[in-house]
Design a protein around this ligand. Structure first.
Ligand code: F6P
Length: 254
C-alpha cells in the first residue's frame, strides 16, 4: 500500500515536470484544501529543499501566507551549521500579523538558529517620506539583500481570494476582476496566460529579479489553487514546485 502510494506520487511529479518543463517537483500526498496537515507536509518537503540548496553564506527571502507559515513551523536547525539570514521578499502585502513575511522570516530564523532582518517601512507614505526612509543606510542595505537573495521561497494564491484577503482598493479589485486574474504570487496578479494584470506597489524583490535567480521555490497546494499555479508557471521562472496531490491531479487534467 505504502509503496504504491510513493510510486503514484513519483508518477505525478514526473508528469508535472514534463508538462510544465520544470526541473524539480515535489508532490506530497493529500489535498491541503481538505486536510490542514498536508500544508505541514509541504512545509517539511520545502525545508528539505532549502537545506539541499544551502551554500556557505545564505540569504533566504520569504513571502507571507499560511503555507509559508507552515514552512516556518517545520523549520529545524541546519546540521552543518551554515550561515543563514532570512529576509522578507517584499514589503507589506496586507496580510494579518501571523501571515506576514516579517513574522514568518523571524520564526524561520528562530527555528533554523539563523539570523533575520525585518523591514519596517509602512506602505502608505508620502513620496517624500518614503524616499527619505529608503535612503537610510540600514534600510538601503536590507532592500539590496531583498532584491538579490541566494534563495526565494514563496507562496501562490488564487487571485480573487488574495484580493479579498488583502485590503485591496475598489479600483484595484476591479482591475484584477476585469483582467480575469486567476493567480497571485509576491504581489503580482496573473491571468491564465500568465500576463501580469496588476502589481501591488511595494518595495523588495520584483519579478524581473526572480527571473534571474536559480533558487526559487514555489510552495502551493490544494485543488482550489490549480488555476493559480498554472498561471504562475506560465512565467517560466526556473522554480522548484512543492505541491500536493490535490493540486497535482488538477494540474495534469486537461
Ligand atoms: O501574501 C503573501 C502570499 O505569499 C501571496 O503572494 C500568496 O498568494 C499567498 O500569500 C498565499 O497564501 P496561502 O499560503 O495562505 O494560500
Amino acid at each position: 500500500e505504502m509503496m504504491k502510494d510513493v510510486l503514484g506520487l513519483t508518477l505525478l511529479e514526473n508528469k508535472l515536470m514534463e508538462r510544465f518543463n520544470l526541473t524539480k517537483v515535489i508532490v506530497v500526498s493529500g489535498d491541503s484544501d481538505q486536510s490542514p496537515w498536508v500544508k505541514k507536509e509541504m512545509g517539511r518537503a520545502c525545508v528539505t529543499c532549502i537545506k539541499e540548496r544551502l551554500n556557505g553564506k545564505n540569504i533566504v527571502a520569504v513571502t507571507g501566507g499560511t503555507t509559508l507559515a507552515a514552512v516556518a513551523e517545520m523549520m529545524t536547525p541546519d546540521s552543518k551549521n551554515r550561515d543563514i539570514l532570512f529576509v522578507p521578499a517584499r514589503g507589506g502585502l496586507g496580510e494579518t500579523v501571523e501571515n506576514q513575511a516579517n513574522t514568518i522570516c523571524a520564526k524561520m530564523a528562530e527555528r533554523a538558529s539563523g539570523n533575520y532582518r525585518l523591514l519596517h517601512v509602512p506602505d502608505q507614505l508620502s513620496k517624500d517620506a518614503y524616499q527619505s526612509i529608503i535612503a537610510e543606510p540600514h534600510i538601503k542595505e536590507l532592500l539590496e539583500m531583498m532584491r538579490s537573495p541566494s534563495m526565494v521561497v514563496h507562496g501562490i494564491g488564487d487571485a480573487k481570494t488574495m484580493a479579498e484577503r488583502r485590503r485591496t482598493s475598489e479600483q484595484d479589485f476591479n482591475k484584477i476582476e476585469k483582467g480575469n486574474a486567476v493567480g497571485e504570487a509576491f504581489g503580482y496578479y496573473f491571468d491564465q496566460e500568465g500576463k501580469i494584470i496588476h502589481k501591488v506597489q511595494t518595495v523588495g524583490i520584483q519579478i524581473d529579479d526572480i527571473a534571474e535567480m536559480s533558487n526559487v521555490m514555489a510552495v502551493a497546494g490544494g485543488a482550489s489553487k490549480a488555476k493559480a499555479i498554472k498561471a504562475y508557471l506560465k512565467q517560466s521562472l526556473d522554480s522548484v514546485l512543492i505541491t500536493d496531490e490535490g493540486a497535482a491531479n488538477e494540474l495534469i487534467r486537461d
